[in-house]
Ligand binder design. Structure first.
Ligand code: HEM
Length: 209
């Protein structure tokens, strides 16, 4: 889980960097984003990485649910006196719920863009690339869809807030000097990445034509 989780974190950074191009809605900006999307779906090496990504998502989700079930089975009778907040945060105890919500988001998200890009029969832009920019722009001109993304980025933030540092713990990378640093980098990552992702639909809603 730790290895797939960290790989998915790496994907988030690359995906975010690519998607920030959506903020440029000039005619050249649109063509540039479409060329980028075309490259990301057709370049053979990136295609291989994409299959690793799909596998990682499925493995991470499946293993996470299995772990949650095992934890429940290990203690079917709950503690009489529970002080859940004494040694953990609320979100660290809700990783399965948060992860399931992220998975639901992913299904909706991939149907909207990834499916459209691969099988949606999109019209071509002036450079002959599929016009994915127009699809994303239209989606983010619907208020409910923007609200869904912003809400789900909040869910993702809490999932990452525990998940990032937990991955290092699971790998046994515990060190008196480096563990506090990993925790702080994890908090920064868990806040910055979802905030920047959420900024894209909000920006497109208000500022893109
Ligand atoms: C504002 C935020 C986001 C935007 C605008 C966005 C945009 C896109 C677009 C346009 C695609 C289709 C591109 C293609 O198929 O090549 C895509 C694919 C994808 N997105 Fe996002 N995305 C966002 C957030 C996220 C988040 C937060 C996650 C994960 C939690 C995510 C996971 C994925 C995955 C797994 C794919 C399929 C990638 C592949 O086929 O290699 N996206 N996204």
């Amino acid at each position: 889980m730790a290895l797939t989780g960290l790989f998915l974190c790496l994907f988030l950074v690359v995906h975010l960097a690519g998607n920030l191009q959506l903020l440029d809605a000039s005619p050249e900006g649109r063509l540039k984003f479409n060329a980028y999307a075309e490259f990301m779906t057709s370049f053979p090496l990136i295609k291989v990485v994409s299959y690793v990504l799909y596998f990682s998502i499925l493995f991470h989700a499946f293993d996470g649910l299995l772990l949650a079930l095992q934890n429940r089975r290990a203690r079917p009778v709950r503690y009489v006196k529970e002080k859940p907040m004494a040694n953990r945060t609320w979100y660290s105890g809700q990783m399965a719920v948060l992860g399931t919500l992220v998975l639901v988001f992913l299904v909706i998200h991939m149907k909207s863009f990834w499916y459209e890009m691969h099988w949606g029969g999109l019209p071509n832009d002036a450079d002959g690339n599929k016009d994915l920019f127009t699809v994303v722009n239209a989606a983010f001109h619907q208020g409910w869809y923007v609200a869904l993304y912003v809400g789900m980025m909040g869910v993702l933030a809490f999932h990452l807030m525990h998940g990032f540092q937990s991955a290092f713990q699971s790998l046994g990378l515990n060190h008196p000097r480096y563990t506090p640093l990993i925790k702080n980098v994890g908090i920064l990552f868990a806040v910055m990445v979802p905030v920047l992702f959420a900024m894209i639909p909000v920006w497109m809603f208000y500022f893109n034509a």
